[in-house]
Design a protein around this ligand. Structure first.
Ligand SMILES: [Mg+2]
Length: 265
């Protein structure tokens, strides 16, 4: 039901990636086409993902996006020229690197009676440490809890996604970095950014964005998580994942066309 939300005057899109843009792990042609149509209409598209820096590098270099926020808000990447990507970190990059190496050492030293394995994309992460429990590895819930508790006891932040335990130090999240992108890259203070931005996501790890961006939309697969979520989207698409994203784009572009025709009449 996307006709209940007024998108006509918004011109910035923050979008989650996994299970919002992707559908069962794949980027469908209709979803990529929707991103292209939004960008062609002058909407600045900014993916916001927990995904690794390597994945963000590919997105900023090849997709029609203004910037990309990665590793859960640890940094954003933007193009400063056609072939030039610049990385902007929440703290000094050297500080993040130091924290990451400390966490890696602590993970390597864990002695819990079973093997703790890093995610296969760890080498492509700048800030985050990702432990694989349900991607190529399979830890049971007690083992996951044991890893989580051991790392929390060492003072690290730990968040459980559907496949990884993400471990980091720092007070950033998707929303704090989105607000910084608004200020530093787009020249907008928080209230102006919030009025002009749409956010679309699919999961509890998007709650800070649903909280801070009033024009927020969930793709249909978010319904399974709603009972446990404090901050929920203002509207929910009829379709799941990448098809829900395309539905949102179509509704937004139609509202903009109607609004322009109304203003021209
Ligand atoms: Mg997601």
């Amino acid at each position: 039901m996307l006709n209940t939300i007024d998108l006509a005057h918004a011109d910035i899109l923050f979008t989650d990636v996994d299970d919002t843009l992707t559908t069962q792990g794949r980027l469908l042609p209709e979803t990529y086409w929707a991103i292209c149509r939004l960008a062609s209409a002058g909407i600045r598209v900014i993916p916001v993902t927990g995904g690794c820096a390597g994945w963000c590098d590919q997105i900023i270099r090849t997709w029609p996006v203004t910037a990309v926020i990665g590793e859960g808000g640890a940094f954003y990447a933007a193009r400063s020229a056609a072939q030039t990507v610049e990385w902007h970190f929440w703290e000094e990059a050297s500080s993040h690197r130091h924290h990451q190496s400390v966490i890696l050492d602590e993970v390597a030293a864990l002695d819990l009676g079973f093997e703790v394995t890093l995610a296969s994309d760890q080498a492509f992460r700048f800030v985050d440490v990702a432990i694989d429990y349900n991607q190529q590895q399979s830890l049971n819930p007690e083992q996951v809890a044991a890893v989580q508790n051991a790392l929390l006891a060492r003072g690290f932040n730990v968040r459980q996604s559907s496949i990884h335990l993400n471990v980091w130090q720092g007070d950033f999240d998707k929303a704090t970095m989105a607000l910084r992108v608004g200020r530093d890259l787009l020249g907008l203070e928080a209230s102006a950014l919030q009025q002009r931005s749409v956010f679309i996501g699919d999961a509890p790890n998007d709650e800070c964005m649903f909280r801070d961006f009033p024009l927020s939309i969930g793709v249909a697969n978010i319904r399974q998580h709603l009972p446990t979520m404090t901050h929920k989207p203002a509207a929910i698409a009829g379709q799941p994942s990448g098809l829900g994203f395309a539905e949102m784009a179509e509704a937004w572009l139609q509202q903009r066309t109607s609004s322009l025709q109304g203003e021209g009449a």
